[in-house]
Design a protein around this ligand. Structure first.
Ligand code: EPU
Length: 337
């Protein structure tokens, strides 16, 4: 374990933004992590996972701790069910592929989501009708006050749409060390109702898909709509889909009869931010070396050497315009640093 000075974070954030860490350490084990916390008691610290859900707008004047703890294990297996553990530094998609190689079901719809296992519960990652909470069993996290390891069950985590206890009352108080998932080892339950998946499977001429084929369909859909961060810097959905009241929705629908929407509860309707942004005229807008993705308006992109502040300003302009046109507040999903 070596603490380095003045390290560029460009390769550590999927937006590909240039910003420096005053000090930087990559951590391979829980013992090393505890060691940093006992030896650097008064140092401001910043935890970095896969860097896929943040926008850096300035240098980080702290000790950046890159969680790189690797390892995945099958804990126990019965005829129908299997429990697997993945450590926080495992790349999410590689872990999903590993589960599929073993023919374990449950994570196939979450294929190709950028980021690491350790940050996946924080925002309860989700795609194509499935959320992390559907297979999350427990996680272990280091309590940064006591340096004890605590276990969180699914209900302890208070999962919600792109939300959990780790974004609320436990924010900044824990580092997630590993996650245990409860998956199926046979009789897999497929979630192919999400429109785009069914259409893609049909396109692939598959009528009775395996979990591996569902994963392939999801990968194709994502590749056709979402930019590959290795080629074009981005952080996935920049905004959350807003949830509005039924009254507000009926007013919106009156003006825009074709507005897509999902009913969440009797008085809560989710409206796609991508639609609001596209209808505001921003889809595909390019301002020099950054802009709004051409195929999915929810994604802001860095085509070259854009600064975090350029992208932040664009996001504020989008928020203001959506507010002015629709009276709806769209919140950033990414963490602005
Ligand atoms: N839409 C538009 N214009 C756009 C984008 C979307 O009109 O530019 C409309 C679509 O036509 C569709 C609706 O919005 O009717 C929903 O679009 P889509 O299925 O692409 O999903 P989304 O709501 O925009 C969410 C997640 C994605 C996830 C997809 C698929 C959020 C904030 N985003 O996007 O997650 O991949 O569903 O399940 O919930 C991420 O979090 O980084 C992410 C990519």
């Amino acid at each position: 374990m070596q603490i380095l000075n003045d390290i560029s974070l460009k390769a550590y954030n999927t937006f590909g933004i240039e910003a420096k860490a005053k000090r930087f350490v990559s951590i391979d084990s829980v013992a090393e992590l505890k060691n940093v916390y006992t030896s650097e008691t008064n140092t401001p610290k910043f935890i970095l996972g896969g860097g896929s859900n943040m926008l850096l707008t300035k240098d980080v004047d702290a000790l950046v701790i890159h969680i790189n703890i690797k390892g995945k294990t099958i804990i126990s297996q019965t005829e129908d069910t299997v429990f697997v553990r993945a450590n926080a530094g495992e790349n999410w998609h590689e872990f999903v592929l590993w589960t599929l190689k073993h023919d374990f079901g449950g994570l196939e719809n979450l294929s190709l989501i950028p980021g690491n296992v350790g940050t996946s519960p924080i925002q309860n990652i989700g795609a194509y009708g499935v959320e992390l909470k559907d297979t999350f069993h427990t996680c272990e996290a280091l309590n940064l006050d006591t340096l004890e390891i605590e276990t969180f069950t699914n209900s302890d985590c208070k999962f919600d749409y792109r939300n959990s206890i780790f974004k609320q009352e436990a924010k900044g108080k824990y580092i997630i060390l590993n996650v245990v998932f409860k998956l199926t080892s046979k009789n897999h339950v497929l979630h192919t109702n999400y429109g785009a998946i069914a259409a893609q499977l049909e396109h692939m001429c598959i009528s009775e898909p395996t979990i591996q084929e569902v994963s392939k369909a999801v990968i194709s859909i994502r590749q056709s709509k979402l930019p590959d961060p290795k080629k074009i810097g981005n952080s996935g959905s920049f905004f959350k889909n807003p949830i509005i009241s039924k009254d507000a929705f009926l007013k919106l629908q009156n003006n825009f009869p074709k507005v897509p929407h999902y009913v969440i509860s009797e008085n809560e309707i989710k409206v796609p931010a991508g639609w609001l942004i596209e209808t505001s005229g921003f889809k595909g807008k390019t301002l020099g070396n950054y802009g709004v993705h051409k195929k999915q308006a929810l994604v802001l992109v860095n085509y070259g050497d854009a600064s975090g502040n350029d992208i932040l300003e664009l996001s504020k302009l989008i928020q203001k315009t959506v507010w002015r046109l629709f009276d709806i507040n769209i919140e950033a999903e990414v963490n602005i640093i």
